[in-house]
Design a protein around this ligand. Sequence first.
Ligand SMILES: *Cc1c(COP(=O)(O)O)cnc(C)c1O
Length: 353
Amino acid sequence: MEIKIVKTQNHKVMPPESELGFGKVFSDHMFVMDYEAGKGWYDARIVPFASIAIHPASTVLHYGSEIFEGLKAYRAENGDIQLFRPMENVRRMNNSADRMCLPTIPEEDMLEAIKTFVDVERDFVPYSFGTSLYLRPFMFGNDESLGVHTVKRATFMIIASPSGSYYKEGINPVKIMIESEDVRAVKGGTGEAKCGGNYAASNRAGEKAAKRGYSQVLWLDGVHRKYIEEVGAMNVMFKIDGEIVTPALSGSILPGITRKSCLEVLRSKGYKVSERLLSVDELIAACKEGRLEEAWGTGTAAVVSPIGKLMYEDVEYDVNGGKIGATTQELYDTLTGIQWGKIEDSFGWIEKV
Ligand SMILES: *Cc1c(COP(=O)(O)O)cnc(C)c1O
């Protein structure tokens, strides 16, 4: 794929690494590529970061044709810049595209776009452990007409945001509210796709939880409101009676790359791991009987996020005394160790840029 590169004349100055938040400041450039039915993808380019013009009738503004990915470029201890399983993001982006009737991109081209873009922005990858250059590939339908149909025009872009450590003040377990009214997804719906609309629909429950002092929502399945699905923008795992239990990918859960990696690490360390249906009743019973040893969320942003408290039907339950557990810590150390190049990548997950 030919990628045209137009460098900016105005190099941006980033805040100090200790003051970087998440997704607030952006690097100098952006990757853009356009699609038209019959013509395919064309005009791949890296250009100065800027606002884009959108036709007021553009499909994305009316019918929500939008998908995205999230991955990070890490600065290893030896200065190398590296990606973590980027082909997994590429494949998931195409699966999301399929679900939303947006055009797919040849895998090698999308990977090349990501790597070329990171190479152009390499100075924006921060140095301290825990910080990274967060990459946001996204695609939207861009027909300039109000007709409801599969899009004939689309745009694929990648933007990058130097981001601070998720755990600036140490790894503090979060409080989670189990939501029993709103649902995030149903089988056959868009829960498996990383699409913007899923987030828009989940904000109401998120706000309700926040008002009560909980940082995220734990979703139950949309049909029975009974089975555990995932947490906010993370998958979820529990250690019950020594066994690691996580909801199976049922068709309404986002297949997380951190989830997959955690399961592979756990299995390699000899843990008993089971992907299955887990009902909220079983979970709460385990809480009450002291058999729920640990709980944590998994996702690219936080890597693993220990859960210290669970609230269900107005009753709050403590998990591991509100502290991070040994397995959660082990997973955090292993994944971040590989990502930031502190320990050997025995799984072959790292790709250098
Ligand atoms: C992105 C995302 C995750 C986590 O996926 P990772 O690949 O591990 O970052 C989990 N749930 C939802 C809803 C997501 O959008």
